[in-house]
Design a protein around this ligand. Structure first.
Ligand SMILES: [Zn+2]
Length: 410
């Protein structure tokens, strides 16, 4: 991801604008020019050159001046403005496909999800349908005055930085050059694994306005584990997604817990996914097998039996707690990360589930009792990968503001 950059006046201005926007996005409250200067380390003189560029472009607005407490001039609060720039998120998952359009201010302005079992689907046909869906919402938001800053695409598989899908076993897709699909080329979309995108959605102030204090802050580190048929993982260090050499670091679903465990879809034995993926849970509870176990209704049945205290379902949840607490402990030992977010279908297991995993994981940590891990459900649910993909699209603006706003003077 690293790139060599020429440093000239425009680059410097672009960098400074990027820092100012980033700072405003991460701050819950509006900030005065003086507060921005202090937070960014830029001079007040530089700030008075940069801020008008953002105000003229409509991405920052001035609030009513606030009188200074003791002496000095009243200060004018600056805040990120909505209604100008948006990011388009796209996702193909095992249970359907969809799009969402997110404003820089964090509000969702359009979107749609199409429920459909996607295993064994034809990529060309799916991307054509996605293109049609996205184009409709794109036309709608641009007619209402927004400009699309960029787009992101979330897929349930290994996506490289140069937009190749190496494999998505639960879709039956392999070795696809994603740029050959019109919707990807047209929007110059950046792709990624769904867990990576869902993790981006959890980082407050990453490309959209932070609204409140939550489980994690903008510069925090955490491990995100997402669960559907497959188990995905993403590692965020100091507010940045760690993507690895090729773009798909964090595949915790294929960490093996047992050399003679159940066979995983990847061919190995005892992978996390083979114990606690959606299909695996249903099969291990003896509720259904094969294609029947993949159906979302089969998992709903399991969740219902669990609520009713049915013994096979309870044993299955107990095993999931054992398996997940072991993998959380291993991950914390390896990454030294203080927070683990468990996203996806596990929210159906009730709030006590994460508490049990936290307790059992903490009892296994190498550095216990000094080292402790928090295990929580993520705050952004629904289709978090879709929202993260939209944020990745918006990030284009934050990384290169001059590509979108004026600033003609050298
Ligand atoms: Zn595996």
């Amino acid at each position: 991801m690293a790139s060599l950059r020429r440093i000239n006046q425009d680059d410097l201005r672009n960098h400074n604008l990027s820092v100012v926007i980033d700072t405003l996005l991460r701050n819950i409250e509006p900030m005065s020019r003086a507060e921005l200067a202090k937070a960014t380390g830029l001079t007040k003189a530089t700030m008075s050159l940069l801020v008008p560029i953002l105000i003229d472009a409509g991405v920052v607005r001035e609030g009513d001046p606030v009188a200074a407490a003791a002496f000095g001039r009243p200060s004018t609060p600056l805040a990120i403005a909505g209604g100008v720039l948006c990011g388009v998120g796209m996702q193909v998952n095992t249970d359907g496909y969809g799009t969402t359009v997110v404003d820089l201010d964090g509000s969702t302005i359009a979107g749609e999800w199409v429920e459909r079992p996607m295993g064994g689907s034809d990529p060309a046909e799916v991307f054509a349908a996605l293109d049609e869906l996205v184009a409709r919402h794109e036309r709608e938001v641009t007619a209402r005055g927004w400009r699309v800053a960029g787009a992101g695409l979330a897929l349930p598989g290994l996506v490289t930085d140069d937009m190749r899908l190496l494999t998505a076993r639960n879709l039956g897709w392999a070795d696809l050059d994603l740029r050959r699909f019109d919707v990807v080329a047209r929007l110059d979309a950046r792709g990624g694994n769904e867990a990576n995108m869902a993790a981006l959605a959890q980082i407050p102030g990453y490309a959209t306005q932070r609204r409140r204090k939550g489980i994690v802050g903008p510069g925090d580190s955490f491990l995100y584990v997402s669960a559907d048929i497959g188990i995905g993982g993403a590692y965020v260090r100091d507010g940045r997604l760690v993507t690895g050499d090729r773009g798909f670091a964090g595949e915790i679903g294929h960490v093996s817990l047992s050399l003679d465990g159940p066979r995983c879809s990847c061919g190995r034995l005892g992978c996390l996914e083979a114990y606690v993926g959606r299909r695996a849970l249903v099969e291990r509870a003896g509720l259904a097998h094969g294609e029947e176990a993949v159906r979302i209704e089969s998992f709903e049945a399991l969740a219902q039996l669990l609520r009713a205290g049915e013994s096979r379902a309870v044993a299955c949840a107990d095993e999931a707690v054992r398996v997940l607490s072991s993998i959380v402990a291993s991950a914390v030992n390896m990454l030294d990360v203080g927070t683990v977010l468990l996203g996806g279908l596990w929210e159906r297991f009730g709030s006590g589930f994460t508490e049990r995993i936290e307790r059992e994981a903490n009892a296994q940590l190498l550095g216990r009792p000094a080292v402790q891990v928090r295990v929580r459900m993520p705050e952004v649910g629904g289709h978090p990968a879709l929202r993260g993909a939209a944020k990745l699209g918006l990030r284009r603006f934050i990384d290169d503001p001059l590509g979108f706003v004026g600033g003609a003077e050298g």
